[in-house]
Design a protein around this ligand. Structure first.
Ligand code: 13P
Length: 338
């Protein structure tokens, strides 16, 4: 088996998933604002230090996605973060896109940028210790959108990114996120997500991307945030599995879902429900940002005195999601921890 295929398999090892800690400086500003913490380089470093030094992180976390700045930072004792993670058996990864930008001639839609100079940046990231990469495409549901143009452009960019990464020695996480924002129905989300995945895998094949050497990071099929009828956990699990089976080759080793604004417990329940249904040809795991970090951020509030509590909150969510990744989560475990 190739090194990249081994990395992709390790990213979705049984009972483990990925911690997305790759918030750009602008995104972390929004998270810090919610807890009244100033967005300085040192605060960003201290927060990531807290996350990556949490005791027992490796038990349920296979890999961490870092942001460019974070990959160059060090923990308090001077060890580079990538080295600290690798020493614990956690694989360091790197976000390589440069963000979703307004798409020309497609009002209300975005296309993700970052292909120019990508091969050169990937070569540097490999030297800094990264072994996998992430690129997020964003699909918005609204009146008359998504457009075929937006889906095609994002699928093409994801495929070009994945090809460049595999050539550079990084296992790509391919993330086409269909946003939850809006009042659309779960049926509409299902239709758009299936359409998106179909186009993404067609583009990946045409760019010669090796499916065994990547991880898909999909969004779940859920009701729009403002839709009156909210699909149940069971319905979300069934609809999501249905379209994934239709579109994702069995050669892909695993899928690591994003949480996309779901509450932390709901994201865990959805993953657990899919694994309980079972029978999928790929591992079904998590690559959560907010759903792993939210309780931790709230516990921290920027104070060194709260670091232990914040770390405990992170480890608890990692454990709950690790159980969900094998269909063994029970909500009573939440209360016990509280
Ligand atoms: P969320 O789980 O908060 O959606 O973040 C995952 C991620 O990495 C988005 O690119």
């Amino acid at each position: 088996m190739s090194e990249l295929a081994k990395t992709a398999q390790a990213m979705v090892a049984p009972g483990k998933g990925i911690l997305a800690a790759d918030e750009s400086t602008g995104t972390i500003e929004r998270r810090f604002k919610s807890i009244g913490v100033e967005n300085t380089e040192e605060n960003r470093r201290a927060y990531r230090d807290l996350l990556f030094t949490a005791q027992g992180l490796a038990e349920h976390i296979s890999g961490v996605i870092l942001y460019d700045e974070t990959l160059r930072q060090r923990c308090a004792d001077g060890t580079p973060f990538a080295e600290l993670l690798a020493k614990q058996g956690v694989i360091p990864g790197i976000k390589v896109d440069t963000g979703a930008k307004d798409m020309a001639l497609c009002p209300g839609e975005t296309v993700t940028e970052g292909l120019d100079g990508l091969a050169r940046r990937c070569a540097e990231y490999v030297k800094l210790g990264a072994r996998f990469a992430k690129w997020r495409a964003v699909i918005t549901i609204g009146r008359d959108i998504p457009s075929p143009a937006c889906i095609a452009a994002n699928a093409h960019a994801l495929a070009r990114y994945a090809a460049v990464c595999q050539a550079a020695g990084l296992a790509p996480i391919v993330e086409p996120e269909v946003l939850m924002d809006g009042d659309h129905s779960v049926e509409r989300c299902e239709e758009v997500t299936e359409w998106t995945l179909r186009e993404v895998f067609a583009a990946l094949a045409s760019q010669r991307v090796v499916p065994e050497e990547m991880v898909l990071k999909p969004s779940m099929v859920v009701s729009g945030k403002d839709c009156a009828r909210q699909a149940s956990v069971e319905e979300v699990a069934r609809r999501t599995l249905k379209i994934l089976r239709r579109t994702v080759p069995a050669a892909v080793p695993g899928l690591a879902f994003l949480s996309g604004g779901q509450s932390d417990e709901r994201a865990t329940e959805h993953l657990d429900a899919m694994n309980r249904i079972g029978g999928a040809p790929w591992k079904l795991s998590f690559s959560y940002g907010r759903a792993l970090q939210q309780p931790s951020l709230k516990a921290w509030r920027g104070s060194a005195a709260n670091v232990a509590a914040a770390q405990a909150a992170l480890i608890h969510r990692a454990r709950m999601n690790g159980l969900a990744a094998t269909g063994q989560y029970r909500s009573e475990l939440e209360k016990k921890a509280a």
